[in-house]
Unconditional design. Structure first.
Length: 358
């Protein structure tokens, strides 16, 4: 374990994970109802990138409209890229939330963000709110709901003085309960069985609606979020030590905490917009990385981002192949995998959140 926490161990792990991500995209695209050889997947990706970047002409056998090209480039690869970017966003938000509220049980949804997103989606599906937004109405309303609750949490936590980790948790818990109650009330009063079932499926998380335009947005959000949280690594380290320790070092964590909270809420809102509610990624991944590589956020941020992307990418593959002829919602699988891992982490006597033991 000590070798992993050395500079050499960190750089080696970073290189391995960074190389594994593009390789996994090509290999994972070969899995599905009809398996494809990896070399065909690689060929399609190579020619398509050549067409987009170098204006090359694609040979007829790999051109758009052929079965292999359309399965790889238009169906499988978009959802795998979406899975990777959403995994990056959720993992980074989990890292940030656990530091901001100084709570090892924090994840991207702890401050009521998931409940706000669920309420927005419920209003869109059952009451037609945001219908003018067209096909993206449910996702956009979910994003707006998540963002509104995040802003409300910050506002409530700052009433009567500066926001503290405890006030943020209490405000988030209260608003989560309120949003959940309103969502259930709307479903109970107005929801036909089909519409209520649609809301339930959306809250389970799904990557089936992936598209290249959505992926472009999520890729930009994931990259910007990674850069931002890397720039805040020192502040996140100080948050784990507490406000009093930070003040003795001449650092005021209030603004940094609000900035990290805003960034995490924005990233979570976009993840919810793109893929619904996917739990446990932002809770478990940071703990696993922290256990192996320590608590320094200069290492924790990039390693968690890459690990989260790989985890959700392969989780999506399992969702498509585990039940022949059907697709398991990815949120169900991440919970089934994440909960036992988290319980195992809790049972480890040598692992402590925010400490150096592992």
């Amino acid at each position: 374990m000590r070798a992993l926490r050395s500079r050499t161990g960190f750089l080696l792990a970073l290189g391995v994970l960074a190389a594994a991500l593009p390789v996994s995209l090509a290999v994972a695209a070969s899995f599905g109802t009809n398996a494809l050889p990896v070399d065909q997947v690689y060929t399609v990706i190579r020619w398509e990138l050549g067409r987009l970047l170098l204006d090359q002409t694609i040979p007829a056998q790999w051109a758009p409209g052929t079965a292999v090209h359309d399965v790889v480039w238009l169906i499988r690869l978009p959802r795998l890229v979406l899975a990777a970017t959403v995994g990056v966003c959720l993992s980074l938000c989990g890292v940030a939330m656990q530091a901001v509220v100084q709570n090892p049980l924090a994840d991207p949804y702890i401050l009521g963000i998931s409940s706000g997103a669920s309420l927005g989606a419920t209003l869109a599906v059952l009451l037609g709110v945001g219908a003018a937004l067209g096909q993206n109405a449910v996702g956009v309303m979910a994003f707006l709901g998540a963002l509104a609750v995040s802003c409300a949490v910050v506002f409530l936590a700052n009433l009567g003085g500066r926001a503290s980790p405890v006030k943020l948790l209490l405000a988030g818990s209260a608003l989560s309960a309120v949003c959940g109650a309103f969502s259930n009330f709307v479903v109970y009063q107005t929801g036909p069985d089909q519409a209520a079932s649609q809301v339930m499926r959306w809250t389970m998380g799904s990557l089936a609606a992936a598209s290249w335009p959505v992926n472009g947005v999520m890729l930009g959000i994931a990259l910007l979020g990674t850069v931002f949280f890397l720039s805040q690594s020192r502040g996140l380290n100080l948050m784990l030590l507490g406000d009093e320790t930070a003040r003795t070092l001449g650092v005021d964590l209030h603004r940094r905490r609000l900035a990290c909270l805003a960034a995490a809420a924005l990233m979570t809102g976009f993840a919810v917009w793109a893929a619904g509610i996917i739990g446990f990624v932002g809770l478990v991944v940071p703990h696993v990385v922290r256990m192996l590589f320590g608590t320094d956020h200069r290492r924790l941020v990039p390693l968690s981002a890459l690990t989260g992307g790989l985890f959700l990418l392969w989780a999506d593959v399992l969702c498509r192949v585990i039940l022949p002829g059907s697709e398991l919602p990815v949120g169900i699988l991440t919970s089934m995998l994440g909960a036992p891992v988290f319980l195992w982490l809790m049972a480890r006597g040598r692992y402590h959140f925010g400490g150096g033991a592992a």
